[in-house]
Design a binder for this molecule. Structure first.
Ligand code: EPU
Length: 417
């Protein structure tokens, strides 16, 4: 079993370069299959979720070449095959293949998608959108069969601005005949990144980044070259680490606006951050003020930073409150933080963090990706040694975590035990 060992309480100095965004890459890679030709993606993060998608592409007989941070996807030999549970269950984003295969072949079969266990993860809005385009959705015991004689542009209003349902609707809309209007869409930067790639491939999309997207369908899409945007959640995680242990820590290759809700919050707490065009510099503070946060859809405070941020709140003087409004079960890091010495109570979708508490190294479990990030932050500030088990969850979303942190002075290693 692989574990992450951290000897905490070391100041971190130097530069951490942020990789391409996981949640963009996991949409762009399936999205590339809509094109007839070669798609070259740059800034592809080297993480386990991308390995899982690469396996799915190869299973679908697509030619894939990966070199350092690029991926060349040649769709010429793409075959439409039922996607089995071993592949679909590896990550949530496997359900983007549903949209892509439906759009391209008007028929798809796939076992249910996987993803972190952070509460119920319904896909009713995606299925509603597929039906609006004219598809029939058959839900069997373990898989979906979705078919359509033809796909026709539709008017869709999402019940909530779901990232997944927005992406699936776009992926089908671009190859459906006529005009599609999708209301109450997600505004996340990853949605804009997907639309930027699809536009390079010949798609006609407007309104991404606002709450209404309109699309005029085309009959086919071509290849393109596309650079994936930097990962705002990775950037946010390292900024939080810098606010605790940074000694002039530079977080490089970022789009500052994408993490504004975090940097604004940190500044309110008394954190000293210098923000430049594509990097920031952060220093640890002896005392940070307590604060209350509520997670929300973009541009609100991201749920994906809530767990690492909770670790930071354990180091603030006074009582801070957290309200998690996106996922119902995103507090699985809390028992482990308490085991390390934090004082946090959970009440429904809220948490009360009493600070400031000293954290001590302990043996903890990364129950999901961002819970892993929360414990990583805890390990870096704790006295003594922390061992994080089930680190595959963490490696699903953070590229070269050991190398990046070691380079700035952290004592961290992956060990086989
Ligand atoms: N929802 C529904 N019905 C739907 C779709 C969503 O009720 O058909 C609800 C969900 O239960 C949730 C809310 O709507 O309460 C938002 O869900 P959304 O569809 O936006 O989430 P997602 O697309 O499944 C993506 C990211 C998550 C991130 C969320 C919110 C990917 C692959 N995943 O998930 O990332 O938390 O958006 O920003 O892009 C992570 O990276 O750790 C992660 C979990």
């Amino acid at each position: 079993m692989k574990v992450l060992k951290i000897k905490g309480n070391e100041l971190l100095n130097g530069t951490i370069r942020i990789s391409g965004a996981k949640n963009s890459a996991v949409a762009l890679i399936p999205g590339a299959l809509l094109g007839d030709g070669k798609i070259t993606l740059c800034n592809v993060p080297n993480i386990l979720d991308i390995d899982a998608l690469e396996e799915t592409l190869k299973y679908l007989n697509v030619k894939v070449k990966r070199a350092s941070e690029s991926m060349i996807i040649d769709t010429k030999t793409l075959e439409n095959k039922p996607i089995p549970y071993e592949l679909s269950s590896r990550l949530r984003a496997s359900y983007y293949f549903m949209a892509v295969l439906l759009a391209k072949f008007h028929y798809m079969e796939m076992s249910f998608p996987g993803g972190c266990t952070i509460g119920k993860r319904p896909i009713d809005q995606t299925l509603k959108a597929f039906k609006a385009f004219g598809a029939e959705v058959i839900e069997e015991e373990t898989k979906f069969i979705i078919k359509a004689e033809k796909l026709v542009g539709a008017n869709i209003e999402l019940a909530m601005p779901s990232v997944g349902a927005t992406i699936n609707s776009i992926l089908v809309g671009v190859l459906s005949s006529g005009r599609t209007v999708i209301k109450n869409v997600a505004k996340e930067p990853e949605i804009i990144d997907l639309c930027d790639m699809l536009r390079k491939m010949g798609a006609k999309i407007d309104g991404d980044g606002t709450s209404v997207i309109s699309i005029t369908g085309v009959t086919n899409l071509s290849g393109c070259n596309h650079d994936i945007i930097p990962d705002r959640i990775e950037a946010g995680t390292y900024t939080i680490i810098g606010a605790l242990m940074g000694s002039h820590l530079k977080i490089d290759n970022i789009i500052p606006n994408h993490i504004k809700s975090l940097t604004d919050t940190l500044e309110k707490m008394g954190c000293n951050i210098e923000i430049y065009n594509d990097y920031l510099i952060v220093d640890n503070q002896n005392s940070l003020k307590k604060i209350n946060i509520k997670t929300d859809y973009y541009p609100g405070f991201p749920t994906d930073l809530q767990q690492p941020f909770t670790t930071l709140l354990t180091q603030c003087d006074g009582i801070s409150h957290i309200e998690e409004n996106i996922w119902e079960n995103r507090f699985m890091n809390i028992p482990y933080l308490n085991k390390m010495g934090a004082s946090i109570e959970i009440e429904g979708n809220k948490c009360i963090v009493k600070g400031k508490t000293k954290l001590k190294g302990s043996i903890v479990v990364a129950t999901d990706l961002r819970a892993g990030a929360s414990l990583l932050v805890a390990g870096l500030i704790a006295e003594g040694e922390t061992t994080i088990k089930e680190i595959n969850h963490l490696l699903r979303g953070y590229e070269e975590i050991v190398e990046k942190l070691t380079n700035v002075g952290a004592k961290i290693e992956i060990k086989e035990i």
